[in-house]
Design a protein around this ligand. Structure first.
Ligand code: IPD
Ligand code: CA
Length: 263
């Protein structure tokens, strides 16, 4: 049987190669390939090329596993393991020349529904930041050789990240929720890449993070990082716009966020 650490090693090697490709393509200039859910929700040629590379490498290394990628869809497997991949998370940052983008690769067992899978391994590799966050189930979360831990107390208020997504019709409601959260906050961050929001909570760089509308590939690797760093992670069923809610933080702040967001 394959161990989570073996899956972690595969994810790490492929994410590193994929990150080099993304970074090289960024240096050559970005071309927008299409818009997706809204005109602001873009995909670049590099997203597609990087996902194709990851898919190809995984097919060579793990031909019996399933695959679910943001850009190229899904394929079933026979092993019970599925790879969930965001080739470039933070595509808008990438297109605008901001360094906060990441390759996110996770291996999960069971369903590909975030409320049901068991995450086995996850890597969030940010090539322009020169940082690779990684975790295997039961083995902790790591940045290089540093073991990660979430923050536990926020006496001066919490540094909280969130995201607003690409659909303007949901922004007013999200800002209203944010106003309810503000009494907990020392300040707010909007990083623009959910995988990095999650990795930064795992690393104690953020105290907490919440967002509606994340997809499996945005969070599969990052949520394992938070779990393995001692945090709490919640996935709540979709609102009237079909957007599930993700909340992650240390245990104390998690509960405070949950109450303020959901009432
Ligand atoms: C997006 C980013 C962003 C979040 C969006 C995601 P993408 O992913 O993670 O921070 O607010 O909901 O879709 O499109 O850059 O891969
Ligand atoms: Ca993406």
């Amino acid at each position: 049987m394959t161990t989570p650490l073996e899956l972690h090693d595969i994810a790490l090697e492929i994410a590193t190669e994929a990150g080099e490709l993304a970074r090289r393509r960024r240096g050559e200039g970005v071309s927008i390939a299409a818009s997706k859910s809204t005109i602001a929700d873009i995909v670049t040629e590099a997203d597609r090329e990087v996902e194709a590379l990851i898919r190809d490498r995984l097919a060579q290394a793990r031909p019996e596993d399933g695959f679910l990628g943001e850009e190229s869809g899904d394929a079933g497997g026979t092993s019970g393991v599925t790879w969930i991949v965001d080739p470039i998370d933070g595509t808008v940052n990438y297109a605008f020349g901001m360094p906060s983008y990441a390759v996110s690769i996770a291996a999960v067992e069971g369903s590909v529904h975030p409320g049901e899978w068991r995450a086995l391994a996850g890597v969030v590799h940010a090539p322009a930041l020169g940082e690779t966050f990684r975790a295997a189930a039961g083995e902790g979360a790591w940045l290089g050789e540093e073991r990660l831990a979430v923050t536990e107390h926020t006496p001066a208020g919490a540094l909280i990240a969130t995201g607003l997504g690409y659909d303007q019709s949901t922004h007013a409601g999200d800002l209203e929720v944010l106003s309810r959260v503000m009494p907990l906050a020392r300040d707010i961050r909007r990083i623009g890449a959910a995988s990095l929001d999650l990795a930064f909570v795992a690393a104690g760089r953020l105290d907490g993070y919440f967002e509606r509308g994340l997809q499996p590939w945005d969070l599969a690797a990052g949520r394992l990082l938070v779990d393995e760093a001692g945090g709490r992670t919640g996935w709540f069923e979709p609102d009237e716009h079909g957007r599930a809610l993700t909340i992650v933080a240390g245990p104390e702040l998690y509960e405070q966020l949950r109450v303020r967001i959901l009432g």
